[in-house]
Design a protein. Sequence first.
Length: 73
Amino acid sequence: MVTTLSAVSPGVAVEITAVPDPTARAKLLRLGFLDGPVECRRRLRKGPVVLRRHGTELAIGAPLADRIEVTPP
């Protein structure tokens, strides 16, 4: 079963396994969000998902979060 980033509850850590958008993938890679677990900090209703890794927070828009695949760490 594939889980997407938009389905992750706040406070849960996951690893990002697939990012369909090459530009978003490159940005996540540069910021270090693809090389280990990330924590879902907030999930705004029908809005962005806020991730945190090593003190850096990043908001990902809902349409992209619906397509990013994640797994438990």
